[in-house]
Design a protein around this ligand. Sequence first.
Ligand code: NDP
Length: 266
Amino acid sequence: MSEKKLFAIFGNPVSHSRSPLMHNCVFKNLNYPASYIRVHLEDGTKLRETFLSLGLSGANITVPHKEEAYKACDEIRGFANSVGVVNTIVNENGKLIGYNTDADGFMFSIKEFGDIKTALILGAGGTAKALASRFVQDNIDVTVLNRSASRLDSFKKTVSTCSTWDKYETKKYDLVVNTTSAGLKDDDLPAPQEIINDILDNTSFVADAIYGKLTPFLQLAKDKNITFKDGADMLLGQGVLANELFTCKKLKVKDIKEHMSYSFNI
Ligand code: NDP
């Protein structure tokens, strides 16, 4: 019988994380010999030694340690190289291999929207950076709209248009994504109401990175009968891809998705 593997999520805070439930649901129901725990980590520079001392086979990393996780790895593969941010680590014969499944998870979550050619990203933080970079890779024409100008600087070389609210100009988009934290703990819209109304009247699909609630932004999209989704599928998408890496592709993606989706109803 194969040895039982141990996986973990590192974060601060981490008590709210759904990842243990999501991954354990897959392991248990597909009889994969592994379990998944939460590790509250104050100091991100201790990530590597904590990972090794726990004898982990892999881990996910959440706020605020994703950049430290990038530094903790021996090798970075795929998209994580483009953004310098790691959310998944796999222990490959003692070497820590870093991946980023957040942006691919998002792409996985919007597959049902079909072919997206133009996208507007609301916000210019870490999530916006990962999504913008991933969209550009897929030849999607990207506009970034943010409250403050300073954070837009790092986007100017990669995306076609960057704008603050006062410079916003009406344009048609296939997809609009809210990556701001507006609506997470408040009832704010990601931009002034007249801009949001204009944006929603000119888009085909809407997505929000926030999950577990209908944000005021999504409520407006719903009122306007626009097809929308919250961040739960993004969370699911990154989790499915991480689990596929953890289980060395021994489980079928379809099965991982089925059991991980089920964990959202528990
Ligand atoms: P960051 O802190 O890096 O960026 C936050 C962005 O939100 C900034 O652009 C900021 O603008 C903007 N913002 C904050 N408050 C407001 C407001 N009231 N009105 C307008 N803009 C505002 O955050 P992250 O990119 O790490 O995370 C963003 C969101 O995405 C969070 O809600 C997080 O929970 C969610 N998320 C979801 C994931 C999932 O799997 N579903 C994965 C990762 C993140 P400014 O520059 O002007 O300050």
